[in-house]
Write a protein that binds this ligand. Structure first.
Ligand SMILES: NC(=O)c1ccc[n+]([C@@H]2O[C@H](COP(=O)([O-])OP(=O)(O)OC[C@H]3O[C@@H](n4cnc5c(N)ncnc54)[C@H](O)[C@@H]3O)[C@@H](O)[C@H]2O)c1
Length: 360
């Protein structure tokens, strides 16, 4: 039995209570859907900054579709802001206290953290502090928080493969990167000073249904699918040779479950990484590398196969965006070895599901 299968089994045998921040967003809604399907109790919180009520309905439908029972009794949504410590503390006290916290609420766009520095800092840094304190007050056993490959900044990665491994990071190239790094350090500090299990998951570029295609700060995949569906030309910032490690959201769910239960499989000594500035931090990606031009061709051909008249479409190039990293690729060996992470969802399946979701 794989590690994730045994985690699923133990969660089914002893259902727990989970707090998910950012539950109305892309990744948060998938986490809630999977946990409800495993019979867990979920307290979901969000302030609808970028999150959608539709995602709450979709996660409930998805959970029921996956065989979840009594979803009304097991899922509680609270509209709150992670900048409000008291509201977070109350949410953590639900169902006799949450055992696991998955912190995903954030200002999650690089350009927006440049355009709205105060809001971004207070949500991404103060929100993390509030969350850690709320988790500590309710005696939560674990906190997993979403950090980002943006933390690697100008670190070129390994000479042969360009893959980034956790212990070596570069300078942050945006407020977003700096704030995610601060959040990692806060997590490590609460872990060493309060003995909590706090794990940071450095997501690379996550793919799947429910990622928002609209607005100035939309992620590239949903935005391009939406643009192609309207018969318009997607914009590539730069020459298109920028590379990314695109990773299906199902693998992110897997990584969260493994990280949340890590302390049950490894004691504090086994989890310690003395002298490593990235202790308790894990890359979550596929370990692959796709140029933006290759991604464009995959999406264009996929949409053309779905009947959109775009087979000959070419992208429009604009200047590079401030704060964007040139190449990013995950070395996932630490997550594999210590957490038992095994990416399982093929990228093209995930891209097809995303096209299906957005373009019908
Ligand atoms: N999607 C990716 O490729 C990716 C990559 C790296 C890191 N991440 C991180 O993963 C997490 C989830 O990202 P996502 O793609 O699902 O983004 P998202 O924008 O879809 O979800 C973020 C959610 O947080 C909520 N939120 C924002 N500010 C809040 C506040 N003050 N109080 C309560 N809720 C608030 C939003 O309304 C939204 O529902 C974020 O922390 C993001 O930085 C995502």
């Amino acid at each position: 039995m794989s590690t994730i299968e045994s985690v699923h089994q133990s969660l089914r045998e002893r259902p727990r209570t989970w707090l998910i921040t950012g539950v109305a967003g892309f990744i948060g809604s998938h986490l809630a859907e999977h946990l409800l399907a495993l019979g867990q109790r979920v307290v979901g919180v969000d302030n609808f900054d970028t999150g959608k009520r539709d995602n709450l309905d979709a996660l409930v439908r998805g959970a029921v579709g996956r065989g979840a029972c009594e979803v009304e009794a097991h899922f509680e949504f609270r509209e709150l802001d992670v900048r409000d410590p008291e509201a977070l503390r109350q949410a953590c006290a639900r169902f006799d206290g949450v055992e696991h916290v998955l912190h995903h609420a954030a200002v999650a766009s690089v350009p927006r953290t440049l355009a709205e520095p105060e809001t971004a800092h207070s949500v991404n840094v103060d929100g993390m502090f509030n969350l850690l304190e709320a988790a500590r007050a309710c005696g939560a056993k674990s906190v997993v928080h979403a950090t980002s490959s943006a933390v690697y900044g100008d670190c070129p990665g390994a000479p042969e493969t360009g893959a980034q491994s956790e212990a070596i990071i570069g300078r942050p190239l945006s407020p977003y990167a700096g704030q995610k790094r601060i959040a990692e350090v806060l997590g490590q500090t609460w872990s060493t000073t309060h003995g909590m299990s706090v794990v940071g998951l450095r997501y690379f570029n996550i793919v799947g249904p429910r990622q928002d295609p609209n607005g100035a700060y939309a992620a590239v995949i949903p935005k391009w699918i939406d643009t192609l569906a309207r018969g318009e030309q997607p914009v590539i910032f730069g020459d298109g040779l920028t590379t990314r490690d695109f990773c299906p959201v199902e693998d992110v769910v897997q990584a969260n479950l493994l990280a949340s239960t890590w302390h049950e499989r490894a004691d504090a000594d086994a989890r310690a990484m003395p002298g490593d500035p990235s202790e308790g931090v894990f890359n979550v990606g596929l370990g692959g590398r796709l140029t933006l031009l290759e991604l464009f061709e995959l999406l264009r051909d996929g949409m053309a196969d779905r009947g959109v008249d775009c087979r000959a479409m070419q992208p429009r190039h604009e200047d590079f965006r401030a704060g964007d990293i040139r190449h990013s690729r995950a070395d996932v060996s630490r997550a594999r070895e210590l957490l038992g992470y095994e990416p399982a969802m093929p990228l093209d399946t995930s891209l097809r599901a995303t096209m299906e979701f957005l373009a019908g």
